[in-house]
Design a protein around this ligand. Structure first.
Ligand SMILES: *[C@@H]1O[C@H](CO)[C@@H](O)[C@H](O)[C@H]1NC(C)=O
Ligand SMILES: *[C@@H]1O[C@H](CO)[C@@H](O)[C@H](O)[C@H]1NC(C)=O
Ligand SMILES: *[C@@H]1O[C@H](CO)[C@@H](O)[C@H](O)[C@H]1NC(C)=O
Ligand SMILES: *[C@@H]1O[C@H](CO)[C@@H](O)[C@H](O)[C@H]1NC(C)=O
Ligand SMILES: *[C@@H]1O[C@H](CO)[C@@H](O)[C@H](O)[C@H]1NC(C)=O
Ligand SMILES: *[C@@H]1O[C@H](CO)[C@@H](O)[C@H](O)[C@H]1NC(C)=O
Length: 534
């Protein structure tokens, strides 16, 4: 068997059938009554039965008494580290919100900000661009990484809504997705069927890198960057964000339809998309906001595994399946496709700074693929001649996330407020200036950037850019290569954390929801067989 050809595997069994097969119901027989000695043991048997009955009654009454006695509320089992980190990692998005904040945004040091975005723009096609998320440590709103981040969050919710629910974070993450989606709907004419312009960015990188001030203090006109002609990548990314959000909110028909309509409008905007295939590039298999190929391959592999549409899709889908397998192989420590630091962090960006976002996203894809294979009753996959069990994928995912959470040579958690030791000088304007400070000017804020004190505000759940290729880390506010968090990075982290959180169960993903709107793909009538010839 060279590859996991579905045709050669038994058809997937549903959970009940599988458990039935593994554990056939035992025919009821009295195990301990041997017909040969029944007369001898009968007495003992009755005594035993009596004893069991008495014990059961006793145990029952004790339980009743205990239940009805006033007692302390039963303590919940301590959540695992991934769940704890998940709750925090989501809070980072609360801290990045722009515009008019909801009443309980739960980040004490944040307030309403950039309330005039788009409104005083002299170009004049957009009236209101208030809202959305700041990208990183500054106050620019970039639609591209923002939509990637929202797509990742939505994808993780669609796959793992049960786990989000178990962690008590489902409503939270949905609220975050809606915050992003509502903003995207403002950045183009979402009630139109066709558009010729969309907004790409609000705020300017230049001002933003020069000034160091809390977003709440920004009151200058912020530059709006529109995109007219060739916005196919941006349009596709935003369409993906809205389409995936429409599945998250499928129970809210009106809102969901609005998102679908917006996605269609964006998608039609510029159909000429070229797939950026990276076969021979060193970045092949490296998922990031700038390279969705591994995610797309995995997604289409999912389609093959669970919908098996067959002809005429099978050829291309099995190619994607194979490519997904190869990408997953490339993550394994048995291969040297990517280097690792001594501490075990995979160097998906080849020793360049800011490695954690790539490692976290790869951890998500690996954990997800292992869940797909499990759900399809497939024990593993081939890397060349060798067969690997799905466990190695989870081990890889855990190793990377554990590294991020503190199992590294610095003994440093790279997620703020998780563990004992974490970065205190996060490169983040809002977190570095006390709320009590009266409006700081553009350059006046530099003293907050350049001082050596800890940030006055804890930016809970922010994953910083990360260590260098020698596992070295400098907790310096001035160096974004170590200490800046991003939306895209945290989105990958959240997705990986939810995938790893909670109990490992056979069906931790939701197999059906994601493709539930896809019409049957099998042709109504299969092609006629070729005419017989002798
Ligand atoms: C993918 O396909 C190639 C060529 O058919 C094959 O050599 C390789 O083993 C396959 N890889 C996996 C992981 O299935
Ligand atoms: C803030 O926390 C409260 C209590 O956990 C929750 O009910 C509320 O929805 C949170 N607000 C946001 C915006 O997440
Ligand atoms: C948006 O599109 C609708 C429908 O085509 C149109 O009526 C409306 O004028 C457009 N709005 C703007 C601001 O262009
Ligand atoms: C990390 O912890 C280990 C074990 O406790 C210790 O040997 C090592 O010196 C620590 N490293 C740093 C950089 O603190
Ligand atoms: C969970 O995190 C804590 C705090 O960082 C750490 O001490 C502990 O070893 C972790 N537990 C596991 C099972 O990884
Ligand atoms: C961050 O890393 C990039 C790429 O290696 C480098 O060009 C830049 O100078 C670094 N920035 C700082 C502040 O060290």
């Amino acid at each position: 068997m060279q590859e996991l050809d579905r045709a050669t595997l038994p058809p997937p069994l549903d959970a009940t059938r599988r458990s039935w097969l593994l554990e056939p119901p035992q025919p009821k027989k009295k195990k301990y009554v041997d017909l040969g000695c029944i007369l001898v043991s009968r007495k003992i048997f009755l005594w035993t039965l009596g004893a069991v009955l008495v014990t059961t009654l006793l145990a029952g009454s004790i339980t009743m008494i205990v239940r009805h006695m006033p007692h302390h509320k039963q303590t919940e089992p301590k959540p695992d580290n991934y769940t704890v980190a998940l709750r925090k990692a989501l809070m980072f998005f609360n801290a990045q919100k722009s515009g008019k904040l909801p009443e309980h945004n739960n980040v004490t040091w944040r307030g309403d900000s950039c309330m005039k975005d788009g409104k005083d723009h002299t170009g004049g096609f957009y009236k209101d661009l208030v809202g959305g998320y700041y990208d990183a440590g500054d106050a620019t709103k970039f639609n591209f990484p923002m939509s990637y981040a929202m797509t990742m969050l939505s994808w993780s919710v669609i796959e793992y809504s049960a786990k989000y629910k178990a962690a008590g974070e489902l409503d939270h993450v949905k609220e975050l997705i809606k915050w992003g989606a509502d903003y995207f709907l403002e950045t183009f004419n979402s009630s139109a069927d066709t558009i010729d312009v969309m907004v790409e960015q609000v705020g300017s990188g230049h001002d933003d890198h020069y000034c160091w001030m809390r977003p709440e203090d920004i009151d200058n006109e912020r530059i709006v960057t529109p995109c007219y002609g060739s916005c196919s990548h941006l349009g596709a990314e935003m369409a993906a964000a809205l389409a995936s959000a429409s599945i998250v909110f499928k129970d809210n028909r009106v809102y969901s339809q609005k998102l679908v309509h917006g996605a269609k409008t964006l998608y039609n905007h510029d159909m000429a998309r070229k797939a950026g295939a990276f076969w021979n590039s060193p970045d092949y298999g490296v998922s990031s906001w700038d390279n969705k190929l591994p995610g797309a391959q995995l997604f289409l592999t999912r389609l093959r595994l669970f919908m098996s549409p067959g002809f005429p899709y099978e050829d291309i889908l099995s190619t994607f399946h194979n490519q997904t397998g190869v990408v997953m192989c490339s993550y394994l420590p048995y291969f040297t496709r990517f280097k690792r630091t001594k501490g075990g962090l995979i160097q998906l960006n080849h020793g360049e700074p800011q490695p954690l976002q790539y490692a976290a996203t790869a951890a998500f894809l690996a954990a997800l693929y292992s869940d797909y294979l499990d759900a399809a009753d497939t024990p593993g996959w081939y890397c060349g001649p060798n067969f690997y069990s799905t466990h190695v994928l989870r081990d890889f995912a855990r190793s990377q996330i554990d590294y991020i959470l503190g199992k590294n040579p610095q003994n440093m958690s790279y997620v703020v407020d998780f563990g004992q030791r974490y970065p205190r000088h996060v490169h983040h304007k809002g977190a570095s200036i006390p709320k009590s400070v009266k409006k700081e000017s553009c350059k006046g804020g530099w003293k907050w950037r350049d001082n050596k004190r800890d940030n006055p505000n804890t930016i809970v759940g922010a994953m910083v850019a990360g260590p260098d290729k020698h596992d070295g880390f400098h907790d310096l506010r001035s160096n974004y290569n170590y200490t800046e968090p991003t939306l895209a990075g945290n989105a990958g982290l959240v997705a990986a954390l939810v995938a790893l959180s909670g109990e490992e169960t056979l069906e931790s993903i939701d197999k059906n929801t994601i493709f539930s709107a896809v019409p049957p793909l099998t042709p109504a009538t299969p092609p006629p067989p070729a005419p017989w010839t002798p």
